[in-house]
Structure formats: structure tokens, C-alpha cells
Design a protein around this ligand. Structure first.
Ligand SMILES: [Fe+2]
Length: 208
């Protein structure tokens, strides 16, 4: 990546939080701070990085429950979708809709609405280089649709209509470490991920 760096942090057992860094300006965003954000805050403070945004991919606690810890330590703006924002017990500063874009220094953040795991789940495309997928897409799998907010038909449509059309070179950074590697190219996932290979809803619904 030219102007962007994405740092992956494993928290609790298998959750991933991320720091998106604009190398040219030192401006950063945290994605999905949860459980204990101390290490991430330490990383930001010790590297003199300037936190701008806290982005929450979806409202489940294991992706959001350290948001207030972060915001209380470093004033910053919380971003999420309107639907999932309404379910959070944090004050959301910016709500994003499908295809909204935002600058993080010189880095472009594009938000896509990806319902299925939750109605207001979002993925973040970073500088047309990477996509942070929350619990929409994992390495080798997709997010569960049987938890609160989930819908299997929406998930199938999201994968078919929103994820598969994206370019192969994007690096997929998932919300959990469930795969055989912590991240992968979307191209590899299109060739190997059973949930992206399902041809129709019937086939998709039978995936164990
Ligand atoms: Fe979730």
C-alpha cells in the first residue's frame, strides 16, 4: 500500500480490531474496538498517531464494547450505520449509508452496507487496496445469520451482489480469526470460500 497501512490486533480469543493508518499524515481510525483497547491505545499514543475515527462494523458487543474506552481516552468520532447505530449504547457521531466515502488524511474510506449478519452491518474499503469485513466475510466462511439481526437471504444477496463484484486484489481483513490465515486476497476467497462459491440460496442454506 502506498499511503495506507492496516494493523491487525487480536483481542480476547479470536476477535480482530484494526488500526487504519494514513502514513503521510499519521491520522488513524480504529475499527471494532472491543474488550480491552489498551494495547491499541498504547500503539497509537507511542507512535504519535492522531486518532480521528472509531468505526463500528456492526452493533454486536464483541465489535464495539471498547468504543467508549477509546473515545474517553482520545476524543474521536464514532462512525457506524444508522440501523446498527440505533442499537448501540454509545453516542454515534457520524452515520454512513451505502457507498458513502470519507477521508482519513489522504486515505479514502468507502463504506458499503452489507446486511445479513446484522441489518446495518458495514464493510470498509480502504483506498481500493483492502476491505475490512467485520462479521460479513471471514476467511473461508461468512458471518452467522442465526444471531440477533441476522437474515440468511440478505447475507446471500450481500455476498453475491456486494462482495463478489469487488476486485480480486483487495485484501480481506475479517472480524474474527476463524480461517487458516488471518487475512487473504478477495480473489483467493472467491476461489476457495464455500460461502462465495454457493450458486443459489438453496445451496447456500445447506452449507454446514
Ligand atoms: Fe457479530
Amino acid at each position: 500500500m502506498n499511503s495506507t497501512k492496516i494493523k491487525q490486533f487480536k483481542v480476547e480469543f479470536d476477535n480482530f480490531s484494526y488500526v487504519i493508518i494514513c502514513i503521510k499524515t499519521n491520522k488513524v481510525a480504529i475499527v471494532d474496538p472491543s474488550y480491552d483497547a489498551s494495547k491499541i491505545l498504547e500503539y497509537i499514543i507511542s507512535n504519535n498517531l492522531k486518532l480521528q475515527y472509531i468505526i463500528i462494523t456492526h452493533y454486536h458487543g464483541d465489535h464495539s464494547n471498547a468504543s467508549n474506552q477509546v473515545k474517553n481516552t482520545i476524543p474521536s468520532k464514532i462512525i457506524t450505520s444508522k440501523y446498527d447505530g440505533a442499537k448501540l449504547d454509545v453516542d454515534v457521531d457520524i452515520t454512513v449509508s451505502d457507498n458513502d466515502q470519507l477521508r482519513l488524511g489522504e486515505v479514502n474510506l468507502k463504506f458499503i452496507l452489507t446486511p445479513g449478519h446484522t441489518l446495518g452491518g458495514i464493510c470498509i474499503i480502504v483506498d481500493n487496496e483492502a476491505i475490512i469485513t467485520g462479521d460479513t466475510l471471514f476467511i473461508g466462511d461468512c458471518g452467522r445469520t442465526d444471531l440477533p439481526g441476522g437474515n440468511i437471504e440478505q447475507m446471500f444477496r450481500t455476498l453475491k451482489e456486494k462482495i463478489i463484484p469487488l476486485p480480486d486484489h483487495l485484501i480481506v481483513y475479517p472480524g474474527h480469526d476463524y480461517g487458516d490465515k488471518p487475512f487473504d486476497t478477495l480473489g483467493n476467497q472467491k476461489r476457495t470460500n464455500k460461502t462465495l462459491l454457493a450458486k443459489n440460496l438453496d445451496e447456500f442454506s445447506k452449507i454446514p
